[in-house]
Design a binder for this molecule. Structure first.
Ligand code: BES
Ligand code: MN
Length: 448
C-alpha cells in the first residue's frame, strides 16, 4: 500500500480552504468538489457533483454487486473557519506533518476521516474488484447544520439506496482506544437580542438610572441554571430517555480519568448537573450553553455609556427522544416573557434531532463486523458508547432513507477540532485505513 501517496493526497485536500460559513470561500467549495471528483475518476469510479440551494455535494459510486450489502459512506468536505489564524503554529491551510500528526483546519473534522475510507477504497481497488458496492456522499454544509441535505436525500433517494450508512466524523471516547458510537446528541441553536432603552446614553449623566442591557442579559443568563446545575426552563428535560442497565454497563467500561480530562480542558473544577457523572453529563443529558455574548462598546480604549442593546448566542444539546422544535419552543417561552429585562427578540437558528441506534437490534450484525475490524486493526477491544457531538443529518438517514448509521470515529479527543492547531493523528489514519479495508472486506462475506 502506498502510504506516502495517501498522505500526500490528504495534504492536498486539507490545503483547500473550504469554509462553508464564509461566502468568500465559495470558489474553494467548488474546488474541493472538483478535487474529490477527479480523484474518484482516476480510480475508475463514477463521480457526480450534486448541486443544492447551498454548497454542492459530491457523490461517488462503485460498481453494483448483486447479493452483497451496499454501504453508503457519508462525510463532509466543509470545514470550520480557521480564525484566530495567529494562534496557529502553522498556517491552517498549509497542512504540515509534525510528530506523526497532520496539522491543518479540517485535518480531523472531517477531511482526514473521510479520506481514510477513500484511501482504503483506492488501495482495495489496486488489488482487484471491491468486496461490496460502496456509495460515498460528501457534503459541503455540515458545519452550518446541513440545511439543504434533507432535500437532496429526498430527491436522490433511489440513488442512495443502501443497506447501512457508515460515518467517520467522531472521535474515540478515549485517546488511542477504538470506539463505536451508537448515539449522537441533537442540537438547537438560537439567539436572544435584548434592548433596554432607545439608545446608548452617557453613563455620567444617565448612569445608575437607565437600564443597562449588558447587566440585564447577564442576569438572564445567570438564571438559566439552578444551583444544582439543572436548566430551569420548564419542559427542557421532557422526553429524555433514561439510560438502561446495559447502557450503564457499557459506560462503566470506559477507562475514564477525570483528572486527565480536566487538565486537557485547563479548568480548575468540573461542573454540571447534580446526580450525574461527567460522561453521563456529556452523553446522556441535555445541556444548554451560551456560546457567545456581546453588547455595548467593543472598540479600543473606553467609551462611557450605558448600553441599550446586548445579545447572546445559545446552543442546547439534546438526547434521545427529545425533539428540537419542542425544546426550541420551551426556550422561547422562557425568554420572551422576561420583559422585566427589556424588549426581547428571540431568534431561532438551525437544529437537528438526536440519534440513537439499538446496539442489540437489527444492526447488531454489522456492528459486530465493525467491532471485529477495529479489534484487529487496533489490537484492542473497541468501546461502544454514546457521543456528545451532533451530526444532524444522521437522524435523517433514518427518517428519509430508512437507513441506520454506524459511527466509527477515527478522530482523537485532543484533535482540537473547531480550534486552532487542529490535527489528525497519523497513527489513527493508518489504523483507520486498515480498519476500513477489513470492514469493507467483511461486508463482502455477508449476503443480503
Ligand atoms: N465532527 C463534528 C461532530 C463531533 C463533535 C465529532 C465533537 C467529535 C467531537 C461535526 O462536524 C460537528 O462539529 N457538528 C456540529 C454540528 C452543528 C454545527 C449543527 C456540532 O456538534 O457542534
Ligand atoms: Mn465533522
Amino acid at each position: 500500500m502506498n502510504w506516502a501517496e495517501h498522505l500526500e493526497s490528504l495534504q492536498e485536500f486539507v490545503s483547500i480552504p473550504s469554509v462553508s460559513t464564509d461566502p468568500a470561500h465559495r470558489p474553494d467549495m467548488d474546488k474541493a468538489c472538483q478535487w474529490l471528483c477527479s480523484w474518484a475518476r482516476q480510480q475508475g469510479l463514477t463521480a457526480e457533483i450534486w448541486p443544492t440551494a447551498g454548497h454542492p455535494s459530491v457523490y461517488v459510486e462503485t460498481r453494483p454487486l448483486p447479493d452483497k450489502p451496499v454501504l453508503l459512506i457519508y462525510g463532509h468536505y466543509d470545514v470550520q473557519p480557521a480564525e484566530d489564524v495567529e494562534l496557529w503554529t502553522d498556517p491552517p491551510f498549509r497542512p504540515t506533518v509534525r510528530e506523526d500528526r497532520l496539522y491543518g483546519r479540517g485535518a480531523s473534522d472531517n477531511k482526514g476521516q473521510i479520506w481514510t475510507h477513500c484511501a482504503a477504497i483506492q488501495s482495495l481497488l489496486a488489488e482487484g474488484p471491491l468486496p461490496c458496492q460502496i456509495k460515498i456522499l460528501i457534503e459541503g454544509e455540515e458545519e452550518v447544520g446541513s440545511p439543504n441535505l434533507p432535500q437532496l436525500l429526498e430527491e436522490r433517494r433511489d440513488r442512495l439506496n443502501a443497506d447501512l450508512v457508515l460515518v467517520s466524523d467522531t472521535s474515540t471516547a478515549v485517546k488511542g482506544v477504538p470506539t463505536l458510537h451508537y448515539s449522537l446528541r441533537g442540537i438547537v441553536i438560537f439567539e436572544v437580542h435584548l434592548q433596554t432603552a432607545g439608545r446608548d446614553v452617557h453613563s455620567g449623566v444617565f448612569g445608575g438610572t437607565s437600564p443597562n442591557a449588558t447587566h440585564r442579559l447577564a442576569q438572564l443568563i445567570a438564571r438559566l441554571h439552578d444551583d444544582q446545575g439543572r436548566v430551569v426552563i420548564p419542559g427542557f428535560y421532557n422526553r429524555v430517555r433514561v439510560a438502561d442497565e446495559r447502557e450503564k454497563e457499557l459506560l462503566e467500561r470506559v477507562p475514564f480519568d477525570a483528572q486527565v480530562y480536566q487538565e486537557f480542558i485547563g479548568c480548575s473544577e468540573l461542573v454540571g448537573e447534580a446526580g450525574y457523572s461527567t460522561n453521563e453529563r456529556r452523553w446522556f443529558r441535555p445541556t444548554l450553553d451560551c456560546n457567545g455574548l456581546g453588547g455595548g462598546f467593543q472598540g479600543e480604549g473606553s467609551k462611557t455609556i450605558v448600553p441599550a442593546r446586548a445579545w447572546a448566542k445559545f446552543s442546547a444539546r439534546l438526547v434521545a427522544d427529545q425533539r428540537p422544535e419542542e425544546v426550541l419552543e420551551c426556550c422561547r417561552r422562557w425568554f420572551e416573557p422576561q420583559t422585566w429585562a427589556g424588549r426581547i427578540d428571540f431568534r431561532a437558528d438551525h437544529g437537528g434531532p438526536p440519534y440513537l441506534l439499538d446496539p442489540y437490534g437489527p444492526m447488531s450484525g454489522y456492528l459486530d463486523k465493525a467491532r471485529a475490524a477495529l479489534r484487529q486493526a487496533w489490537q484492542q477491544e473497541p468501546l461502544l458508547v454514546r457521543h456528545g457531538g451532533a451530526i444532524p443529518i444522521v437522524s435523517q438517514f433514518q427518517t428519509i432513507l430508512g437507513l441506520s448509521t454506524l459511527l466509527m470515529g477515527f478522530g482523537s479527543p485532543d484533535d482540537a477540532i473547531h480550534s486552532p492547531n487542529e490535527k489528525f493523528e497519523l497513527a489513527n489514519f493508518r489504523r483507520g485505513l486498515h480498519t476500513s479495508r477489513l470492514f469493507l472486506s467483511s461486508l463482502g462475506n455477508l449476503r443480503v
